[in-house]
Design a protein around this ligand. Structure first.
Ligand SMILES: [Zn+2]
Length: 252
C-alpha cells in the first residue's frame, strides 16, 4: 500500500481565497507561514481545499493570524502547459505547449487554534511518501535528486477524474510523481543504498521550487530562431530520511 501524508502547521498569512483552479474548479486557497524553529527559518506553503463541505467549514472558522494544523496529501498531475510566446523578430504571437507538472497540497482535515502569533508558534512541515524510484539518481556535490512514483488509490483516481477540469496526460491520474532532494550526509547515504526501481519510504518537508528552463524554437511566421523561458512553481520534497521499503521487497 502506498503512503502519502502531509502534516502542515502554520499561521494563516492572508484571507483564504476562494478561487477557480484550472484543475479542481472551485477551491479555497490557504497560505501559511510556518515557523520552523528546528531549522530557524520561516517557510511558506499554500494548501488547497477542494471538498465542498470542508471549504464551508474553513470559511466559517479560519481567520488571518490563526494557527492551522492541517492533514493532507501531495498531489501531482501531468498536463500540457500552454504558453503564449511572442517572436522577437516579427512580433507575431503563438501558443507553445510543453509537458508540465502541477503540484498541490490538498487538505482532508484541519484544526484551528486562535491566539498564537508567528514567533510563538511551532511550525510543522512534514511529509511521508512511499514510491518507486523512477530514474537513475542525479548526483551532484552534496546534493542528490530523484523522482518517485507514488500510486494513487483507485478511489482517489476516480474522484480526481470526476473533478479535474484540465486535460491530463494519459496515466497521470494513476500516480503522483514527486521530486525528492537529499543533501550532505543523506545524499551520500542515498548514493550508496538506493537505486532506480527500488521502493523507498521518504520522510521530509515540502518546499516550493521555481522550475525554469529555456527552449529554442522556430517562428512559424518568419522562420527565425529564438528562445523563450518556461517558468512555473512546483512543490518538491527535501528529505530528512530515505530508506528502502523492506516490507515491500520481502513480498515480491
Ligand atoms: Zn517571427
Amino acid at each position: 500500500m502506498s503512503i502519502n501524508k502531509c502534516k502542515i502547521g502554520g499561521i494563516v498569512a492572508e484571507v483564504p481565497k476562494r478561487m477557480n483552479s484550472l484543475f479542481y474548479g472551485d477551491v479555497l486557497e490557504i497560505r501559511l507561514d510556518i515557523n520552523r524553529k528546528d531549522i530557524d527559518k520561516i517557510e511558506h506553503v499554500t494548501c488547497l481545499i477542494v471538498d465542498k463541505e470542508l471549504i464551508e467549514r474553513a470559511m466559517n472558522t479560519i481567520g488571518v493570524g490563526d494557527y492551522l494544523f492541517c492533514f493532507g496529501h501531495f498531489v501531482s498531475l501531468e498536463y500540457k502547459r500552454k504558453q503564449l510566446v511572442k517572436c522577437p523578430h516579427c512580433g507575431k504571437e503563438g501558443y507553445r505547449m510543453r509537458k508540465a507538472q502541477n503540484t498541490d497540497i490538498i487538505l482532508r482535515d484541519f484544526e484551528v487554534t486562535k491566539g498564537i502569533d508567528l514567533s510563538d508558534s511551532d511550525g510543522v512541515n512534514r511529509v511521508v511518501l512511499t514510491g518507486v524510484v523512477n530514474n537513475p539518481i542525479q548526483q551532484r556535490e552534496g546534493h542528490n535528486r530523484f523522482q518517485i512514483v507514488n500510486n494513487r488509490p483507485i478511489q482517489a483516481q476516480q474522484h480526481l477524474m470526476e473533478i479535474v477540469t484540465e486535460e491530463l496526460l494519459a496515466g497521470s491520474e494513476r500516480f503522483n510523481l514527486v521530486n525528492v532532494n537529499t543533501f550532505n550526509g543523506l545524499a551520500t547515504h542515498v548514493s550508496k543504498t538506493v537505486k532506480q526501481s527500488n521502493r523507498v519510504i521518504v520522510k521530509g518537508s515540502i518546499y516550493d521550487r521555481i522550475i525554469k528552463y529555456t527552449i529554442p524554437c522556430k517562428c512559424k511566421y518568419c522562420e527565425e530562431m529564438f528562445e523563450y523561458d518556461v517558468v512555473y512553481p512546483q512543490y518538491e520534497v527535501t528529505a530528512t530520511s530515505v530508506r528502502q521499503d523492506v516490507d515491500y521487497i520481502s513480498k515480491s
